[in-house]
Design a protein around this ligand. Structure first.
Ligand SMILES: [Zn+2]
Length: 166
């Protein structure tokens, strides 16, 4: 595990703080559930700023490639991450729920001890596809049946496809 990186969010925003670095995905425990491999390295940057209206925000950027599991063939699916999020820092739950209602911006509760890597992990998980799949031309199951592969082994479905083609 890397050391936790903790910031006082409001202070960080008003001072225009910035943290960037690289992290190996194996350091993200919760993210592991979605991954096939754990050796990929991601670049991240978290910076604090004031938005146009003078409100404190945190900007999170994550880039890199991770391996997800294709929900069709269950094979490895390389997925490129290029996340950029701006999170408005709110001072209390009321402000946060008001923000959630109008949905014009994403917000998080300001904290004196925000774990940056935890925040980055949240953003990655939120940005993952719900049902990752290869492009049809790249999937080892090809352009097969619409009922997915329930009950069928990849070999069986491949044979069925061959029959359909001839
Ligand atoms: Zn696939």
């Amino acid at each position: 595990m890397s050391a936790r990186l903790v910031i006082d969010t409001l202070d960080f925003a008003y001072k225009g703080g910035e943290h960037h670095g690289k992290i190996v995905v194996s350091d993200f425990e919760r993210l592991q559930d979605y991954l096939v491999g754990d050796r990929d390295e991601l670049k991240y940057m978290v910076s604090g700023a004031l938005d146009r209206d003078g409100n404190p925000v945190l900007r999170v950027a994550v880039q890199g490639t991770i391996s997800l599991q294709c929900q069709r063939c269950l094979g490895e699916l390389r997925h490129m991450l290029d996340l950029r999020t701006e999170l408005l820092l709110t001072r209390n739950e009321d402000e946060l729920s008001r923000l959630d209602e109008n949905e014009s911006a994403d917000g998080i509760l300001a904290k004196p001890d925000m774990d940056i890597l935890g925040l980055i992990e949240d953003e990655i998980i939120l940005g993952l596809p719900i049902s990752p799949r290869h492009e049809e031309s790249e999937c080892s199951l090809g352009t097969l049946n619409h009922n997915d592969t329930a009950g069928a082994t990849p070999l069986f479905t491949a044979l069925t496809q061959l029959k359909k083609l001839h």
